[in-house]
Design a protein around this ligand. Sequence first.
Ligand SMILES: C[S@@+](CC[C@H](N)C(=O)[O-])C[C@H]1O[C@@H](n2cnc3c(N)ncnc32)[C@H](O)[C@@H]1O
Length: 289
Amino acid sequence: MKVPTAREFFFPSRPLSPAEQVDVETRFFRALRLPNGTYKTTYANRLPDVDAALCDLLEADGAASATTPVRVLDVGVSSGMTTLELVQAMEARGIPRQVVAVDLTVNAYLHRAFGVADLLCDPSGQVLQIALPFAAKGRPHDPRGSFPRRALQSAFELAERWVGGPNRARVGRLVQLISPRLRERSDVTVVEHDLTRANAAWDGQFDVVRAANILNLDYFDEATLARMVGYLRRALRPGGILVVARTHDDTRRNHATLFRLVDDGLHPVRRIGDGSEIERIALVPAGVS
Ligand SMILES: C[S@@+](CC[C@H](N)C(=O)[O-])C[C@H]1O[C@@H](n2cnc3c(N)ncnc32)[C@H](O)[C@@H]1O
């Protein structure tokens, strides 16, 4: 599957049809691996059963007839493709909403280097994609593995020396790693934030917090996951819903738990598939580690 270059993605040579746009987005984001080892993989129609279960709960809570919008915090959104689908699912059920979409890396910079290469880097100067006229590569999975991976890792390290850190990184052309289709929505705001850090401004502000394909044991250790879930729990208002979901990409099956925040902590109210693999971490009461 050919990986589109950042230049092809951000500055297409012709307008794309909606289907072409989805295809390019899918191929571009799945090849982006962040320096923290997580991937930006996302694709269309990934979470329909999870969206439907959430909408069922919201409907049962009377959200469709409420005059105030449901406040949703969707975290680790990548391009926002699945955020857009959640927004559309809520819209189809007549549920008013205001959504904050969060990701660690939203802003990025595009540089032309050595006359031929395009370097896409994050604001700290770490390179996310190297593109030559004939191929584009994201950061390698298992960079110390096979010889080609070690060679690719060396190319990224050379490119990072050329970029030269945060000050020079930001001299490049600013681009946003977000679907243009999401940026058009007035009911969605996109925010850059690291979920391993607290954000006091969110405390008690959200009716729904959703973490899809981000809080999992392949990405973070248990202590880090416990801290992240604790911060997300704090963002919920009393009675709010936390959705933690993971898609097994080989089978395309979702495993999710929907929790409700009651006085003494989170309580599972709905499971999809086998439930979330971090359910037991999420169920530890606040303040206990
Ligand atoms: C696999 S994608 C999931 C995208 C979407 N939620 C879905 O289910 O298709 C994981 C996303 O989490 C983001 N991410 C990774 N670490 C993060 C962190 N510490 N804080 C916020 N976002 C993070 C990555 O940038 C990436 O876009």
